[in-house]
Design a protein. Structure first.
Length: 158
């Protein structure tokens, strides 16, 4: 752990903690949905990019944004317009899985792992994969935020 940067580890842990909070299906203010994606983006940007993977990293964030937006559009929400809060109706494990993948990428970006991957396969694409995950969480939170502007049709939720 001494080779992983402190800020990278902290932002990865914050992303996992914030994504795990969504699984409890509690009603949260809208701003709280942005904690996991912003922490994931901070973690992904703190990983040193491999120059050969720079184009793939830029493409990965775009693909992640699109995939996350599609997922956010299909998420079942309970919106409280008066309090500007939202709750996910069903436990979604995609946010925590993506945040855990970012943690794995941050933890794998150490000298022995990078040397092994570079020797056996190709240069390590850890930053590109982390940017894909961060883009997914950003797109998901953005589309949920946009969707929360319309009231819920469920009379029980209001």
């Amino acid at each position: 752990m001494k080779e992983v940067a402190l800020w990278t580890a902290l932002s990865a842990a914050l992303a996992v903690g914030a994504a795990a909070f969504e699984m409890r299906r509690e009603i949260v203010p809208l701003w709280r949905l942005s904690i996991a994606p912003l922490a994931a983006l901070a973690c992904a940007l703190s990983l040193p990019p491999e120059p050969r993977w720079l184009g793939a990293a830029l493409g990965a964030i775009v693909v992640g944004l699109v995939a996350g937006s599609v997922r956010g559009l299909s998420a079942a929400l309970r919106v409280k317009q008066v309090w500007k809060s939202v709750a996910l109706r069903h436990a979604t494990y995609d946010g925590i899985a993506v945040a855990l993948l970012i943690c794995v990428m941050a933890g794998a970006d150490i000298k022995p792992v990078v040397a092994y991957v570079a020797r056996e396969l190709t240069p390590p694409p850890f930053a590109a994969i982390a940017l894909l995950c961060a883009g997914y969480l950003l797109g998901r939170a953005a589309s949920i935020g946009v969707r929360s502007g319309t009231p819920d049709d469920d009379p029980v939720a209001q």
